[in-house]
Design a protein around this ligand. Structure first.
Ligand SMILES: [Zn+2]
Ligand SMILES: [Zn+2]
Length: 194
């Protein structure tokens, strides 16, 4: 609940002074430093999350999932499993996730006009399963897919498409080509095939 509330605040105030993790306050602040200055903001940005009993339950018992994520690799491979499959995995996935906030607001291409400094970064796109197409995400936050062009590798997007194709999920939101064209920076229009 806290992560989601922070993310909603980030969208509402991207790269202004109320952004919880903008690189305007420094790259380290945007990456990890913000966590140490962070105040609980669920009461302001996450009131609707409190109405979902599944979300409330997962939020309350998050340590069970974290614990199971350490227990399973330990059972499989002992101390080496705990180190490589547990601690190092958590270390890397956190830094990749935080890179969306730091690197993808500092380094990369801007294809769409947004009020913030969000960027599309190929390497973070690859490592963060699509989330590195962050300028796309800020331009179209409702889009189910971060990758909007065929060459923008988006592993989460492929999983969503597979789930849709097998009928597990439906009503998947896509941004219309015409709406993408309205927001594209003119010099970048060639990526739309213009
Ligand atoms: Zn952002
Ligand atoms: Zn977002």
């Amino acid at each position: 609940m806290e992560w989601a509330s922070t993310h909603i605040q980030h969208h509402a105030h991207s790269d202004d002074e109320d952004d919880p993790h903008s690189p305007m306050e420094g790259l380290w602040h945007a990456h990890t430093g913000w966590l140490f200055a962070h105040k609980n903001n669920i009461a302001v940005y996450g009131t609707w999350l409190k109405k979902d009993p599944v979300v409330v339950w997962v939020s309350r018992y998050w340590f069970l999932f974290a614990g199971i994520g350490l227990l399973i690799p330990t059972l499989i491979a002992g101390w080496q499993g705990l180190l490589w499959g547990g601690l190092l995995r958590i270390f890397l996935t956190h830094h990749i996730t935080w890179s969306v906030n730091s690197i993808c607001h500092t380094f990369g291409q801007r294809d769409y006009n947004t009020r913030d400094a969000s960027r599309n970064n190929f390497i973070v796109g690859l490592l963060a399963f699509g989330e590195g197409w962050h300028n796309n995400h800020h331009a179209f936050p409702r889009s189910a897919f971060h990758g909007l062009r065929w060459w923008q590798i988006d592993l989460s997007g492929y999983i969503i498409r597979a789930m849709e194709a097998t009928g597990v999920i439906w009503n998947v939101y896509r941004v219309k080509e015409a709406d993408q064209r309205k927001r594209i920076i003119p010099a970048k229009a060639e990526i739309m095939g213009d």
